[in-house]
Design a protein around this ligand. Sequence first.
Ligand code: NAD
Length: 412
Amino acid sequence: MANVLENAISLVERTGEILNFGKRFQGQAIIERLRIPDKVIMFRATVQLDRSGLKVFNCYRIQHSDVLGPYKGGIRFHPEVDTDEVTALALLMTLKTAVVNIPYGGAKGGITLDPKMLSVTELERLVRKYTFRLVNDIGPNIDIPAPDMGTSAREMAWIFDEYRKHRDSALGVVTGKPVSLGGSLGRKEATGRGVVCAMLEAAKDLNLKNFTVAVQGFGNVGSHAALYCFEQGIKVTAVQDIAGGVCNPEGLNVPELVKYCDQTGGVVDFPGGKPLDDIVAYPCDVLMPCAKESMITAENAGQIKAKLIVEGANGPTTEEADRILDERKILVVPDILANAGGVIVSYFEWVQNREGFYWEEEDVNNRLFTRLRKAYASVKETAAAKKVTLRQAAYCIALEKITQAMISRGVQ
Ligand code: NAD
């Protein structure tokens, strides 16, 4: 993951040059401030296993910046979680909340583990320990966690409940909760739906009609993006998860595929399609990397057939691959814009929790799409004005916004 952190920092530095920060803001102090997170919290949690003794886990919460509002970011459970990965994801959150104009800073959390290896009771014990250790560092006005890879509404409910025991029952301490516990309608689907909304804007710009979509990763983001495409009458011709892929040039029946995954745990051998090895090179108009970081690299960027890439995952494209895609005139809608639907609806959830007034799902979706379209339009406008890629433009907008806020507050 080190290279995702290096990528993001190097992009921030290059953006500082594009924006002439050296001259405008007395040297590189602002950039320097963004290179390093505000606070790095690392600890170990020991958990009693159901049958076989104790196990120790590495736990992280990295608070990158609260210049624009309370820290905000998901919690990831994955065997590759480490300090660099969580730091990179926290920096991306700071930029993402700024690009889509919501009043939050950026943070990320994680525990190094494969959640499938623990029982539900073991997981609950671990999440409760993790929360207890962070009880002074999180809160509805301090730092608000949410789900990411390997976590879901279930874990968020445990976090809320543990926080409630030691502090108070502020629902806004965490977002992505179950709807029965103050979660927002449409939050679970929001990241995937937002990815499709961003894709539709970019497809209009490219004048793509009757296009086909390939989705890499079929978890929360990928499956909801594929489902929303299907509901909109857009053909999803290929999907892939960690175990393998499936394709059908006539279009996959995505609701059936979701049911199949619920029964079997993955997309492999879905009877409505043929097996597929390499989704990145699959002939399609739009590729949605919705799995994990560094999936599009210098090695495979040259084989991509799609005209448009919409990044559902965080950091799926390496810096070298990005350069190749730009040379090949493949349009990339960057992660900090394309997958911001989740944090936007998390913000709506937090607002609803504060008001105690809950919105209809249609209202949530309309507000989500309005915000995303507005953010997309401003990124596109900046890209045209500065003659840079959409990614670079999104970084420009984020950095300008964060810098203005830092200066207004007095750089700390
Ligand atoms: P998830 O754990 O629900 O799903 C991940 C999916 O990717 C699974 O289907 C898995 O099998 C697949 N996968 C993993 N490695 C793969 C590989 N090598 N090849 C192909 N498929 C592979 O995770 P998620 O919540 O959907 O998150 C996916 C990405 O989206 C992550 O980068 C995450 O940070 C980002 N993201 C998630 C949210 C959210 O609301 N969940 C919001 C913004 C961004």
